[in-house]
Design a protein around this ligand. Structure first.
Ligand SMILES: NC(=O)c1ccc[n+]([C@@H]2O[C@H](COP(=O)([O-])OP(=O)(O)OC[C@H]3O[C@@H](n4cnc5c(N)ncnc54)[C@H](O)[C@@H]3O)[C@@H](O)[C@H]2O)c1
Length: 317
């Protein structure tokens, strides 16, 4: 069993990840500055340490670990409007501070979250070898994390694996509020009989991947004896769904025949019209295939929220 540090461990993907790894029998430290995540969803057994990934001394005080899963970040493009300099510093300085901690403490592998947003409006399905032109500051910082990791590996031989997640949804996103995935936000809205608001004609597509599949990909990367040096993997279902279809799927499961409201798209630059992963690289390297269907994933959230009602901090519509 391993000791694993999960930065951003009180957040959405982080808390699901920490819980799953503790259930697997690992020793797990969730390190989070609680700027957005709360840690409420963490199960007993996960050790929550409050601290900032830009604080080298706070990381060093954790002592050595076997693996780092680095998820702490300004995790959404609109956050860069709210706090431009702070968000850039968080994602760039935080990333290199975590890499330095890992190198100095003999960490075996660093996994980190990049994003599919860096593909912008590239032709789908999206492949890791496509040229990327990040369309917003959020994805610029994620691209910077990738480039920094590549050079860091070349100079210091630290094993670093980045993941370009598609649109991740699942349990425990309430703290993200208006920054949460649309699956969660549409469920929260429909619970209150609010009609989801879609930009444009609602035919833009997304590849909605459940957080449990993200964790399965982490497990495969942690467990494999293969060495990659530095590499990047897309993680998605390889299926694209329009937002109109998404509203209809969720409405069907919740028993509400709800029609979305269509509004002109307020995002004039960099809005992604189509997202669909080609996940053949991680499939051929590690035999990964996303297995949670949207139907299963949505039902899981709807049923969980009937028993554990928690208000999202905000909603984007
Ligand atoms: N959710 C998605 O669809 C998605 C898609 C692509 C990439 N990602 C990336 O995955 C990672 C996790 O995202 P999430 O959806 O769980 O978001 P999240 O905001 O819930 O998680 C991020 C966590 O990091 C913490 N944090 C922020 N800055 C920190 C700092 N300087 N030091 C310590 N903790 C800090 C926050 O409090 C929060 O708990 C992020 O890097 C995000 O950019 C997410």
């Amino acid at each position: 069993m391993k000791k694993i540090l999960v930065t951003g461990g009180a957040g959405f993907i982080g808390s699901n990840c920490c819980n799953a790894l503790v259930r697997d029998g690992h020793t797990v430290v969730a390190f989070d500055n609680l700027s957005l995540g709360t840690g409420d969803a963490l199960e007993p057994g996960v050790q929550l340490v409050k601290g900032d990934v830009r604080d080298a001394a706070a990381l060093q005080a954790l002592g050595p670990v076997d693996f780092v899963i680095h998820l702490a970040a300004a995790s959404s493009a609109p956050m860069f409007t709210d706090d431009f300099i702070g968000s850039i510093a968080n994602n760039v300085l935080g990333h290199v501070t975590v890499l330095e901690y890992a190198r100095k403490n003999g960490v075996q592998k660093v996994l980190f979250a990049s994003t599919s947003s860096i593909y912008g409006n590239n032709p789908t399905p999206l492949t890791e070898d496509q040229r990327v032109e990040p369309p917003n500051f959020y994805s610029v910082t994620k691209h910077a994390q990738e480039e920094l990791s590549s050079v860091y590996n070349a100079l210091h031989q630290l094993e670093i694996i980045g993941f370009r997640f598609m649109s991740v949804y699942g349990l425990h996103e309430e703290h993200k509020g208006r920054f949460a995935n649309l699956v969660s936000q549409f469920i929260w809205g429909i619970e209150k009989r609010k009609r989801p608001v879609l930009y444009g004609d609602g035919n833009q597509t997304r590849d909605f991947v459940n957080v449990r599949d993200i964790i399965e990909a982490f497990r495969l990367v942690l467990e494999t004896p293969k060495r990659f040096g530095y590499t990047i993997f897309n993680i998605g279902t390889e299926h694209a769904l329009s937002l109109r279809e998404l509203v209809s799927v969720i409405g069907g499961i919740m028993g509400e025949a709800i029609e979305p409201i269509l509004v002109p798209n307020p995002i004039s630059k960099g809005y992604v019209m189509a997202q669909q992963a080609d996940a053949s690289k991680i499939k051929s390297e590690l035999n990964f295939e996303a297995s949670v269907t949207l139907d299963t994933g949505v039902r899981e959230i709807v049923e969980y929220r009937k028993k554990h009602k928690k208000e999202p901090v905000s909603l984007s519509f």
